[in-house]
Ligand binder design. Structure first.
Ligand SMILES: Nc1nc2c(ncn2[C@@H]2O[C@H](COP(=O)(O)OP(=O)(O)OP(=O)(O)O)[C@@H](O)[C@H]2O)c(=O)[nH]1
Ligand SMILES: [Mg+2]
Length: 433
């Protein structure tokens, strides 16, 4: 090992041990703590290992956030055995992020999320930090996750190194190194590559990572194959609560609320605290005096054909809600082109309808993902929220509202298609502490 690299490694071990003390008061968080009978000395501390992952290129922003939660809970489990750090896969090349003139690759997580909050759950570093620490652009082992060939009839947890099912996008050069997209970092290569057929929860891969891999950095592309260990329990919600949006985005959303929607945290009872200490009851949050709508359009009109209303139908449903709750303003989070938004707005004669339109500067700095988060943040603070059928974008807003402490009746609502005004409500996933 080169001296520079060795020094960096020592530094990382030290930072991680430091984290033990910083996090010592975190409730039942035993990631790095030693049991009473544990006689491990500092000198024997194992060197830190890194877990990197990626998601199927076709998946959207909001499902990717769900995959992050599954992987963090795996990292949390790994840390019960030895120190592992999660390397955050840079954002980019997302299907929906099409704004012209924007370079949307190699976006760090800090553009969208508050890293100190993520770190209160598991140790994480940005990919670029990893590359710096490592000193060379190398990933030691890659296990490309895939389903079992031919699908499955009986669900059981199993995994197997097998042939690759499909074009993986990984190619080997003459020297034996593997190259792939790697988030747009052309110099990055992997030393070892294999396909891993997998059916199971995220932590089912833990023994494999601990016993069958030795590389400092292991990458798992297609991590959406890993299932949630416990969907909706307190661990799930801890991971979710740690995903606090970056302050610069929350501030922009708060300013918009204040200036247009008469909405401030003290009045709306939506003040944010350190997530590890924040615990609200349902109904504690009041929300600003407006209806928040997530009006999903574009590709969803085909993907969820028959389950979305027309613009006119959506306006009709929202007018009913305004009347019922005696509200005058509507905030619309939407991916609709501006002509569609104008049409939608024109269906309202008495009420005011708002949309967040980013300045050029905001757009350049925070990209389509940042604007989407600002929309989610504003919609999450409404008195009443209504989303679009089975949209993960709407789900993330609903979760945000659970964290803030809204009455579930004011959160778990969806727009109905025109021909079914009494459509089925969305599933209610209440927060668990
Ligand atoms: N700014 C903004 N962007 C949106 C809105 N709705 C959708 N988008 C864009 O479209 C993307 C939505 O894709 P996903 O994150 O996959 O969510 P979804 O397509 O609604 O749900 P699934 O396909 O079920 O995952 C977002 O990441 C945004 O880029 C919105 O209300 N405001
Ligand atoms: Mg999608």
């Amino acid at each position: 090992m080169e001296t520079k690299e060795a020094w960096h490694l020592t530094l990382v071990v030290f930072i991680c041990w430091l984290a033990v003390f910083v996090r010592a008061d975190a409730e039942d968080d035993i990631a790095f703590s030693a049991g009473e009978s544990d006689t491990t000395k500092f000198g024997q501390a194992k060197s830190v290992r890194y877990l990197l992952y990626d998601v199927n290129p076709g998946e959207g922003f909001n499902l990717r956030r769900d995959v992050y939660m599954r992987v963090t809970n795996l990292v949390k489990e790994l840390n019960k055995e030895e120190p592992w750090v999660l390397v955050l896969p840079p954002w980019g090349r997302l299907y929906h992020w099409k704004s012209p003139d924007l370079e949307q690759i190699k976006i760090p997580w800090s553009t969208f999320f508050d890293l100190p909050s993520l770190r209160e759950h598991v140790p994480v570093i940005e990919f670029e930090e990893y590359l710096k620490l490592r000193g060379e652009p190398v990933i030691d082992e890659v296990y490309y996750l895939q389903g079992f060939k031919g699908g499955w009839t009986k669900w059981e947890e199993k995994m197997n190194i097998t042939e690759c099912n499909e074009g993986t996008g990984f190619v080997q050069d003459e020297e034996g190194n593997w190259y792939s997209w790697f988030f747009g970092y052309e110099e990055v290569y992997a030393k070892k590559f294999a396909c891993l057929s997998y059916m199971g929860h995220a932590t089912f891969i833990k023994p494999f990572l601990l016993k069958n891999t030795i590389g400092r950095c292991v990458m798992l592309p297609r991590a959406e194959v890993l299932l949630h260990d416990h969907f909706g329990n307190s661990e799930y919600w801890k991971a979710r609560r740690s995903m606090v949006f970056a302050k610069h985005l929350r501030d922009i959303g708060d300013e918009f609320r204040r200036e247009n929607l008469d909405s401030t945290d003290p009045e709306d009872k939506t003040e944010l605290e350190d997530w590890t200490k924040m615990k609200r009851n349902h109904g504690d949050a009041l929300g600003g005096p407006y209806v928040g709508v997530h009006l999903r359009r574009r590709d969803y009109l085909y993907a969820r054909e028959g389950n979305l209303p027309s613009l006119k139908g959506a306006a009709k449903q929202i007018k009913k809600i305004l009347k019922k709750y005696n509200l005058q303003k509507v905030f619309v989070a939407t991916d609709a082109p501006s002509e569609e938004f104008e049409e939608f707005k024109n269906y309202f004669k008495k009420s005011k309808v708002y949309r967040f339109v980013p300045s050029k500067e905001i757009k350049e700095k925070y990209k389509d993902g940042g604007v989407a988060i600002i929309d989610q943040w504003i919609a999450a603070h409404a008195r009443y929220f209504v989303g679009s059928y089975e949209s993960t974008f709407s789900f993330r807003i609903q979760e945000e509202r659970e964290i803030l402490g809204f009455d579930p009746d004011m959160t778990f609502n969806r727009l109905c298609p025109d021909n079914d005004s009494d459509c089925e409500k969305p599933s209610i996933w209440k927060i668990v502490y």
